[in-house]
Design a protein around this ligand. Structure first.
Ligand code: SF4
Length: 494
């Protein structure tokens, strides 16, 4: 019997006994889990995901739907899924998130979900009075093969909703892709279902800007501010800024401002589309560019100076508008911030995980700061992502140690941190346990942030976002040094 088992058998509750504190058996296992041998076994794991750095398709569809003004997201599926999506977003942004489901249960799984969908539509329409409903599916509805399109037609003919009530729908099977795929499918569904047919060569003169799966209200505001500073007539599609960060007026508002129905209807008459996350919008890009033949560009998320330069130059090329002095001055301030903080960041080793677009932007920023991204883990990356990331690393002298891990989880990341330590981990709240195990600081950048407040209000894109990132990382390193340095080095100046 091990020491731990003996202690448990005896119902030991003393805090002074050292028999199992630390328990040597447990410690031996923990030590072994920090070895290359365990890492190899961990990376050979196939049938289990531990602490996945991604979520399922309907979550992304919900975010996309929330960006349309007066739109009620409607999940054709189980109520528990809807509750999870709502609470996960609420915990990140600390705002109420409206969404309904048709609460499919066992009988719907056997007989199909049409009855639930029709009753659900009727209730949602009469109770919550939306201007539009965006419907998407959970894995249960997809497994049994429910035909949402026919069910919606039947709901109209049965009078559950008016014949002309606008409904967009998208299939979002959770066993394929991730939240970014769901976002993409819903966006394509909105365009397919509710945008008017393109009016020949005539355009409405608006640039439609698609932010992608981005839970930073600060980023969305920053995009709009920079684009408007260039004098560009634009529409953000979808625009969930106010859902992610709404003013407290003392009165609950179910629907926040977003992309208006009129702007959605007119989307295919855009002068152009700019996609700010290419991996999160693959299907929508193809639809806009190849099917609708609308001028479109996709850029790397503008994180860091070089990526922001490329973003602004793309805007310039697409619209012919000049980059104003106001933005040039901001660039100068970002470069100044990088130089001032360089000594605290240069040469540091980083591990990071997150969505593909976020990682491409962040690694570009880390390389231009002279740091070394070592472990780059993307749970929902594709081979195209891996290729682009490896190219990015190969193009910089600071990328030589970088390795890309696609389709892996945070338990894999734990092994990487313990066998090949870094100075800092970058990721969302899900990384806090592995950061603690590896005794490494966690810079909270990404989604979801459920254990810190207001980070989603501060932009990480554009020149201002770059200054914010530099400030965060440099000060974290300084804090670490202050906490751990010998007393003779504990000084006022850093
Ligand atoms: S994976 Fe399926 S069951 Fe789980 S939350 Fe997503 S839709 Fe619901």
């Amino acid at each position: 019997m091990s020491n731990a088992e003996k202690c448990m058998t005896n119902n030991c509750t003393t805090t002074e006994c050292t028999t199992c504190t630390p328990n040597m058996d447990t410690q031996a296992v923990l030590d072994w889990m920090a070895t290359e041998e365990y890492k190899e076994k961990n990376f050979a794991r196939e049938a289990l995901v531990i602490n996945a750095p991604r979520t399922c398709q309907p979550y992304g569809a919900m975010l996309c739907a929330l960006g349309i003004e007066g739109c009620l997201p409607f999940l054709h599926g189980s109520q528990g899924c809807a509750a999870y999506f709502r609470s996960a977003l609420t915990r990140h942004v600390r705002e109420p998130v409206p969404m309904v489901s048709d609460s499919m249960t066992e009988d719907a799984a056997v007989f199909g979900g049409q009855a639930n969908l029709i009753e659900g539509l009727k209730n949602a329409y009469t109770t919550y009075k939306p201007s539009i409903i965006a419907m998407f599916s959970s894995c249960m509805a997809e497994v049994i093969g429910d035909d949402m399109k026919s069910f919606i037609i039947n709901a109209r003919t049965q009078g559950a909703i008016p014949e002309d009530f606008p409904i967009a729908y998208a299939n979002t099977p959770s066993f394929v892709g991730s939240h970014i795929t769901g976002y993409d499918n819903m966006l394509k569904g909105l365009l397919n279902s509710l945008a008017d047919t393109r009016n020949g060569k005539w355009t409405n003169g608006r640039l439609y800007v698609v932010p992608g799966f981005d839970l930073y209200a600060g980023n969305l505001r920053e995009y709009k501010r920079m684009i408007k500073a260039m004098g560009i007539y634009m529409t953000m599609l979808p625009d969930p800024t106010e859902v992610l960060d709404s003013p407290n007026t003392g009165e609950y508002k179910m629907y926040q401002p977003g992309t208006s129905m009129g702007e959605l209807a007119d989307a295919l008459n855009a002068s152009g589309f700019l996609f700010l996350q290419k991996y999160a919008t693959m299907a929508s890009q193809k639809f806009v560019k190849n099917v609708q033949k609308i001028t479109s560009e996709a850029v790397t998320m503008p994180i860091g100076v070089q990526n922001t330069d490329a973003f602004l130059m793309t805007l310039q090329q697409m619209t012919g508008k000049a980059i104003p002095a106001e933005l040039e001055a901001e660039r100068g301030r970002a470069v100044d911030a990088a130089i001032d903080a360089h000594q605290y960041i240069h040469g540091k080793r980083f591990a990071l995980y997150g969505d593909p677009d976020l990682l491409i932007g962040l690694v570009g920023f880390l390389l231009e700061m002279g740091t070394m991204p070592v472990h780059i883990l993307c749970g929902n990356g594709s081979e195209a992502f891996r290729k682009e990331m490896e190219g990015l690393l190969a193009a910089s002298p600071f990328g030589s140690e970088g390795k890309v891990y696609v389709g892996k989880d945070l338990w894999h990341m734990r092994s990487l941190l313990l066998t090949d330590p870094v100075d800092m981990l970058i990721g969302d709240t899900h990384g806090k346990q592995i950061a603690k195990d590896a005794n490494v600081p966690l810079a909270r950048i990404g989604y979801f942030m459920t254990d810190r407040v207001h980070l989603h209000r501060q932009p990480i894109i554009g020149y201002q976002g770059t200054i914010n990132l530099i400030t965060m990382l440099a000060n974290m390193f300084i804090d670490e040094y202050d906490r751990n340095c010998p007393s003779e080095r504990f000084e006022m100046l850093r």
